[in-house]
Design a protein around this ligand. Structure first.
Ligand SMILES: *Cc1c(COP(=O)(O)O)cnc(C)c1O
Length: 800
């Protein structure tokens, strides 16, 4: 292959091209152009640059018949694209200069882009980081997802309570996508199955068209770009002209309305298994469209013999949401391509892999056989065949299987149909082996592997933290961006006072910028020298935002008791959305906001304690908050958080962690060193034992003065009407399934150690350096290399 010659455009080239797009693509003269017009013109200019590596991918992969990875995910939490693309292309300096020539404000331009929120949280963000790392490593890959018209809802607070508003990112031109009208597939639902001459035929009762919308994802240094292919639903026949002409206008538009609902909204909850027909249809829509596309491409390149599929195709199922891929692939091989069941089963199993993301029972997907049989009648038959074959071939115990109590267990289906099953952190993978898939693991010993999650350092360090990136470049060179293990080179600087000063200044710069934002958005006057203590993530009981706010209340009370004490000033920052139907999580939001309102206007404690809860936490907000954090709150009940990825972003950006032995916290602590991590709380094993004790909540509360005080202040109505939080208080006293009470004192004490440590600025900064220096393992490049070696058996394109 020819060596890759990267000719970067100059600032003048860029500004010429921007003006060209402004005029010829946007149809606006510069004197009339709005920020929006400029942003689109700039995006098209950058997109032009991505097309070169994108075409390189298409040609190389096809001409050389390379094996490809297909990542199927119901969620891609992409965030803004422009800034990341500029960085990855290595065009940041040229673009800054081009914007100077055009007299444009970069922050205003970047901030104008809607935040593409086609996901809920960690699971979707992982998929987005993986897409970027696959391109960085030059692995031929496609991401497949759904082009939701409305991503995750927007969050506002009214009277301290969450109010949801629809999100409308596609209400304006989306400059990054290419619509592929020629790649459209018909997707059927319902109907009936019949056998004709020994062949089974499914006659769907409804169908829609899946249309491909492609977004190129460029990797570091712009050498390679993969495709994120999102499916939008279209009606099979646009509308019924006959009906329309006879005056029945509403009825004529019905097929269109029906189809569009499929790709209209993202389900705002990935932590419960919602037994909704529309959700099942969405999952099948994504999976069926992806599989038809994969088989079409395979046959184009390798001919009609599908027995070689596993040599050229590796499919990864991100959680069980696309687990219908097993039966669907078998259906295509049998009913459309004439393979027998045993052969179809074998091909499918060699091609598919499944990532488990949760052990929470309420999140394990299951569908009633009744619903499955009605929406996907042929698939239910095939699921029964898979289950029967597994029963006979493994002679498994009677309670193991895919079908149980008239339900289809999607975890079991995914497991049995997968070549490899992976957990997402060392602890989680152990628990996958010993709990949810205990029996299946005994039958299939080599199947479960661990691939600890990671995050993309281009977005989560170089782009989001310019002051730190600049310092790193100046200290250890720029290679860390594509090889994060190089951060190790920082270790010797942990004792260098000049370096520590520079690191402190970089962090402070981020804190000042965040403070200005908080002042503008919330009217909160923050002290940039206070300890910035941040907990941002979805609101969920197991993540225990309640523990954090109760500790805050107890601390406030203690400060009141001795207002002249030697307190360490702290700003507690919360961020996160609750699923709209999750009442308890919503009460915790209400409580945090009410506590903030009370504490923030208390003159006695003002210089020591403040609380900020900016609404609508999303990727863009994470990019601002994480670089400004001193302390990262990773306080889930041990055994409940599969991995976490927020924890990794914080570590990379030089925040110290206060956390439990849960998910990837375990690995973070081992790597950064236990002396540079604030550990507290029960272990997963201890937590399970504690939970089994009757009356554990009440017993723990009675023992804890601080916890009792916090609960009492709430019950007295000090932060608003106590009735508002009745369900929270009741659950804490009487049930406390996530052991807030049992861990409370340990957490409170650990926070006081944090207070003390933060006062020794030099030493705190030294620990921060060690956290950064030892965080290289948490690059998603390392994670993807693990999947490549252990699961997919793919290589990067030659020459990359
Ligand atoms: C990283 C990230 C998450 C995941 O955070 P956890 O703390 O691992 O739950 C969720 N939402 C957004 C916007 C993120 O960037």
């Amino acid at each position: 292959m020819r060596p890759i010659v990267t000719q970067l455009p100059s600032a003048q080239d860029l500004s010429d091209q921007i003006l060209h797009h402004l005029t010829h693509t946007q149809g606006r003269g510069p004197e009339f152009a709005t920020i929006f017009d400029w942003r689109l013109a700039i995006s098209y200019t950058i997109r032009d640059q991505i097309v070169t590596p994108w075409m390189r991918n298409h040609r190389t992969s096809r001409n050389q018949g390379l094996k490809r990875v297909y990542y199927l995910s119901m969620e891609f939490l992409i965030g803004r694209i422009l800034g990341d693309a500029i960085i990855n292309l290595g065009l940041d300096q040229q673009m800054d200069a081009a914007l100077d020539i055009l007299d444009l404000d970069k922050q205003a331009i970047l901030g104008d882009e809607p935040d593409a929120a086609l996901g809920n949280g960690g699971l979707g963000r992982l998929a987005a980081c993986f897409m970027e790392s696959l391109s960085t490593l030059g692995v031929p890959a496609y991401g497949y997802g759904i082009r939701y018209e409305h991503g995750l809802f927007r969050q506002r607070f009214e009277g301290g309570q969450q109010v949801e508003a629809p999100e409308d990112w596609l209400n304006q031109p989306h400059p990054w996508e290419f619509v592929r009208v020629d790649y459209s597939y018909e997707i059927g639902f319902k109907g009936h199955v019949e056998t004709v001459d020994g062949r089974t035929v499914w006659h769907p009762g409804e169908s829609v068209i899946a249309r491909a919308y492609d977004t190129p994802v460029v990797g570091w240094k712009g050498r390679w770009a993969n495709t994120l292919r999102l499916w939008g639903a279209q009606p099979t026949n646009l509308f019924d002209l006959h009906r329309f002409n006879s005056g029945d206008h509403a009825e004529a538009a019905k097929p269109e309305a029906l189809a569009r609902t499929l790709s209209r909204v993202l389900y705002p909850d990935d932590t419960t298994d919602s037994g909704k027909e529309l959700r099942l249809k969405q999952e099948y829509f994504l999976t069926a469209a992806a599989l038809q596309d994969i088989l079409r491409r395979y046959m184009d390149e390798h001919g009609d013999d599908l027995t070689g599929l596993p040599d050229k195709v590796a499919i990864q199922l991100n959680d069980t949401h696309p687990a219908i891929a097993g039966p669907e692939l078998i259906r295509l091989l049998m009913d459309e391509h004439g393979y027998g069941f045993p052969e179809a089963l074998q091909i499918a199993r060699a091609t598919l892999n499944y990532t488990n993301h949760t052990l929470l029972p309420e999140a394990l997907e299951r569908w009633s056989t009744w619903l499955m049989g009605r929406v996907l009648p042929r698939h239910l038959q095939i699921i029964e065949m898979i289950d029967a074959e597994h029963r006979t071939s493994t002679r498994r115990p009677g309670h193991v299987g895919i079908l149980k109590d008239d339900q289809v267990l999607m975890g079991e289906l995914a497991f049995i149909m997968a070549n490899k099953v992976n957990g997402v952190s060392a602890l989680h993978t152990d628990l996958v082996r010993s709990t949810v898939f205990y029996d299946l693991n005994k039958l299939h010993g080599e199947k479960i592997v661990n691939e600890t999650n990671g995050v993309a350092p281009r977005r989560w360090l170089r782009m989001s933290n310019p002051p730190l990136a600049k310092l790193l470049d100046a200290t250890i060179g720029t290679e860390w961006t594509g090889d994060l293990d190089q951060l190790r080179l920082l270790e010797p600087h942990a004792t260098d006072p000049a370096f520590l000063d520079a690191l402190h200044a970089a962090k402070r710069q981020n804190k000042v910028a965040l403070s200005q934002g908080l002042l503008a958005d919330l009217g909160l006057k923050a002290d940039p020298d206070a300890l910035f203590d941040v907990q941002v993530k979805r609101m969920h009981e197991y993540k225990r935002q309640l523990l954090n706010i109760l500790e805050t209340i107890a601390l406030w009370h203690r400060i009141h008791e001795s207002p002249n004490g030697d307190w360490t000033p702290r700003l507690k920052i919360f961020g996160g959305k609750a699923a709209p139907g999750y009442w308890l999580a919503k009460s915790v939001i209400h409580l945090i906001n009410d506590v903030a309102a009370t504490i923030n206007k208390d003159p006695v404690t003002a210089k020591y304690l403040q609380i900020a809860y900016p609404p609508n936490y999303n990727v863009s907000m994470a990019e601002k908050l994480i670089p400004a954090a001193d302390l990262s709150e990773q306080i889930s009940t041990a055994g409940k958080e599969a991995s976490g990825t927020g924890n990794m972003k914080f570590t990379m950006n030089g925040a110290l962690t206060i956390g439990t032995l849960d998910g990837a916290n375990v690995e973070i602590r081992e790597l950064v060193g236990p002396e540079n991590f604030f550990l507290f709380g029960l272990t997963a094993e201890e937590a399970a034992a504690e939970k089994a004790k009757p009356g554990h909540a009440r017993a723990a509360i009675e023992k804890s003065e601080n916890m009792k005080i916090a609960l009492q202040l709430i019950a007295e109505g000090r932060f608003g009407r106590a009735e508002s939080y009745f369900s929270v208080l009741d659950r804490t006293w009487n049930d406390d399934p996530f052991l807030v009470a049992s861990d409370f004192d340990a957490y409170f004490d650990s926070q006081r150690q944090v207070d003390a440590a933060y006062r020794d600025t030099r030493d705190w900064d030294r620990m921060a350096v060690l956290n950064i220096a030892r965080s290289g393992y948490f690059s998603s490049d390392r994670t993807i290399r693990g999947y490549m070696a252990d699961i997919w058996h793919v290589e990067p394109a030659p020459g990359l």
